[in-house]
Design a protein around this ligand. Structure first.
Ligand code: MN
Length: 173
């Protein structure tokens, strides 16, 4: 039940957030995988980074947003899987609801794992390429030893390539 935690945290009768039941997909699905970054003005502004995998969106909350500087490691706290339909969601989560505040799509496009995504997630070292409107090129998510409560902490890092911007402080605004 990959979306159990997503459903448990929300009152989807009150919140406009989507829930589309996972459709049974051909395991041979060849269409590109989606990614999305959502700017989420909740109690603290953060950026939700989501990668489509196995019929859900694997999700991380990035408090400081995404940096194009390969020297900058941005904390990315792993959060619950989200339904694929969440990748198109923009709107206002009502006060009193989980994650109350405005959600806007900051960037979206397709992604491609380098090697096996499943193994990358398991071993805590996931390399991938993004093709978005703002974000391109090679990236890596590296799991750290620390955990925030029971949530795993990762670092999102831009790899050096022609899309890196070594001296930029932040691309989060
Ligand atoms: Mn969020």
């Amino acid at each position: 039940m990959p979306l159990h935690e997503y459903i448990k945290k929300r009152d989807l009768k009150v919140s406009p957030e989507p829930l589309h039941k996972k459709k049974s997909k051909s395991p041979k699905k060849t269409s590109p995988l989606m990614f999305v970054v959502q700017e989420h003005h909740a109690s603290h502004l953060h950026y939700d980074f989501r990668l489509e995998l196995n019929g859900v969106l694997k999700s991380w909350a990035i408090p400081k947003g995404i940096s194009l500087d390969p020297k900058v490691k941005r904390l990315a706290v792993e959060v619950e899987d989200h339904p694929l339909s969440y990748g198109h969601f923009e709107g206002v989560i009502p006060q009193g609801q989980y994650g109350a505040g405005t959600v806007r799509i900051w960037d979206t496009g397709t992604w491609e794992p380098v090697g096996s995504a499943r193994q990358g997630l398991k071993k805590g070292h996931l390399e991938f390429k993004l093709r978005g409107k703002k974000l391109f090129g090679s990236w890596v998510l590296i799991k750290t030893q620390r955990a925030a409560g029971k949530k795993s902490q990762w670092l999102l890092i831009k790899k050096s390539d022609e899309y890196a911007r070594p001296h930029e402080i932040s691309k989060s605004a």
